[in-house]
Design a protein around this ligand. Sequence first.
Ligand code: SF4
Length: 495
Amino acid sequence: MKLILSKEKPTCNCGIFGIFGSASASLETYYGLHALQHRGQEASGIVTKDYNENNKPVFRIYKGEGLVTEVFDDPKILHDVLTGKSAIGHTRYSTTGSSESSKNIQPFVVHYRLGNLAVAHNGNLTNARVLREQLVNEGAIFQTTSDTEVIPHLIARSRLNDQVEQIKEAIGKIEGAYCLVILTDDKLIAARDPNGFRPLAIGRLNGSFIIASESCSFDLLSAEFIREVEPGEIIVIDKEVLGIGEVKSFNISDTLINKKHCVFEYIYFSRPDSFIFGHNVDKMRRRLGKALARNHPVYNEDDEKVIVISVPDSSNTTALGYQTELEKLGVDCKLEIGLIRSHYIGRTFIQPGQTNREIGVKIKFNTVKGVLEGRTVVIVDDSIVRGTTSKQLVKLIRDANPKSIHLRISSPPIMHPCFYGMDFPSKDELVAHRYDGNTEEIRKYLGVDSLSYLTIEETLEAVSEAGSENFCHACFSGQYPTEVDPSFKKEIYEL
Ligand code: SF4
């Protein structure tokens, strides 16, 4: 029997990458996507622009299901198939559209009146259903079930004659969360929604320009970070830009810029070595851990040190912040590695008779018993979604005979769905929603001696250097920063 481990953390985001003006564009896109693998592990694709034997622009495409290294497992793909000096790439979880359908793997490529066009998208379009219905009524034929496909349709149907103007017009019609890289026959174009929900950055490498979801892509390539794409900004990179060394910048429309960055990117999603929303993720994550210690400390029950452990890898940095601050508060404590995570699970097999959930956690984690036995243990984690994995993890730690287990979460309880590109399960599956946000009931369910979450106010205070008012916190508060089409909400609930 094949066991596919359930997603215990929010998923459904994507990583996008684009490069213009490099002789090894596909190889750099491959490495760039590799650094963004944490943003999507179901499928990936790369499209390059080259010229055919008649010197006409031609797009080369290679996409598949799996990790970047699995899809591009033959060097010939990068050297012989994906030729050309510009490229875009995408690594994904499914956002909308079935994750099973290989047709939904991005980038999407079309050929239309003004040439070739490839699009890769990170986010979720909240009015995609309405736009799709309009387009279908006008005769459009869709190839996929992805929300992103409305974008090439809108561009191709524009009556304008300038491609950048066409793209601006199309982007003016879409709503929700989007970071885009678009490849045309002579340009690389990037765009970020006016709320700036998801991160997007501009870099430079040996005269070529790069766009990537997170700056950690640049580090892998030894590329220079230039700046972030601003909310509501369109960036155009073409031959002229390579000459002058500065990207062209446009506003999407007259739409009011209203920064609402996804606070979950700081809490969990982005890599700690990335720079997003004007700050290092590592710094913000430590601050969340410190806020957690200040507001929800755990004190010694005896003369022994309090043992602080993370749930590797995602809460390592937060646990570091928690322990440092706890020590500052005068609590005798120590950061220990109490859980060992296997990085090689992939898809595996289980014996009949074992429950999927139990073996799923045991395959992934084991305890360091000598560290935990007889001690007051604080587990620092970034979030709880369904609670089933946390419950199993607590059981595993309980088997190591600690004196007591205290769970500290560096985010508020997740009570509501995300309409902006992060995939939470249905409301009824969210443990916090099931127990109506009652921490004591959740504590009993998880089987810990104490449980505390950061409140929304404490979370926003921790990231206030980036402006507390500049963040979306809808999955905790239910306060959505944009109008969301009711049919889209229904679709999310029915998933
Ligand atoms: S609802 Fe939550 S996960 Fe979605 S964008 Fe807002 S903060 Fe991020």
